[in-house]
Design a protein around this ligand. Structure first.
Ligand SMILES: Cc1ncc(COP(=O)(O)O)c(C=O)c1O
Length: 255
């Protein structure tokens, strides 16, 4: 094996494609004649704008993301998304959650801070060893969305059929399965994934959100940074983004 590298199949940060790491290494001291490392350049520069735009375009192509969805690169990794989903999507104040293990439990605990949470299915009875039947969920009329953790990293379960949300918006945490199999984005209102398992450095999430879910009328307590619309309106460049993570993810998308 080249470089004597470790086979790391961890459920946390794991192996990245070697050609990607090699490319990053080659560009470290001088990115394509810019005289700078990507870490050193302005997020407002033309060079970085191209890196960002290409990353988004490549992800759109890879996943076949429809034109009415925004692609956002948001700092804070997965855990921040537990709060952002509830803060942004609880218009009526009601979120339905499928409880399948450690990560959906964290999402549920966080959502409870912002509204009413209804657990519409659970596999707690058998220590989260299976995905419960989601073909006829009891979803209240005023529910804002149905939330799933599509791949419970710690419990080792995944969905082979998506829940019947009875017309409500489907939200999915795809952190540990992101880009690992084909995905029909049009079946979801929002998909998010922390990128650190197989796409890039920890500390950033990719959010794919249907445009009609972006809101101007969020409660006043929602910090500017926590509004999806802030990021959508500014091409994920509202503040200084995690340029390094966007760059590395873009390399993996291209690969
Ligand atoms: C499915 C899933 N959701 C959310 C998270 C939390 O992400 P982060 O550690 O980036 O906050 C993880 C793990 O790290 C995860 O595996």
């Amino acid at each position: 094996m080249k470089y004597g590298r470790t086979y790391n199949f961890s459920a946390g940060p794991a192996m990245m494609p070697e050609p990607v790491l090699e490319e990053i290494a080659a560009e470290m001291m001088n990115y394509r004649g810019s005289g700078m490392c990507v870490m050193e350049m302005s997020h407002r520069s033309k060079v970085f704008q191209q890196i960002r735009d290409e990353a988004e375009a490549d992800l759109r192509k890879l996943m076949g993301i429809p034109g009415n969805y925004k692609v956002l690169f948001i700092q804070g990794g997965g855990t921040v998304q537990f709060a952002m989903v509830a803060m942004n999507l609880m218009k009526n104040g009601v979120g339905c959650y499928v409880e399948t293990g450690a990560w959906s439990k964290k999402a549920i605990a966080e959502a409870k801070k912002y509204g009413e949470v209804k657990i519409v299915a659970s596999s707690a009875d058998k220590n989260f060893s299976y995905i419960p039947d989601c073909s006829n969920l009891d979803i209240p009329e005023n529910a804002d969305y149905v939330y799933i953790c599509e791949n419970e990293t710690i419990n080792g379960t995944t969905y082979f059929n998506l829940p019947d949300t009875k017309g409500k918006v489907l939200v999915s945490d795809q952190s540990s399965m992101f880009l690992s199999r084909p995905c029909d984005v049009s079946r979801y209102g929002l998909i998010w994934g922390g990128v650190q398992k197989n796409v890039g450095p920890a500390g950033m999430a990719v959010v794919i959100i249907r445009e009609d879910l972006l809101r101007d009328d969020l409660p006043k307590f929602v910090p500017t940074y926590m509004s999806y619309k802030t990021h959508a309106d500014n091409d994920s460049l509202y503040n200084t983004p995690n340029c390094w993570a966007i760059y590395c993810c873009g390399k993996v998308f291209k690969y």
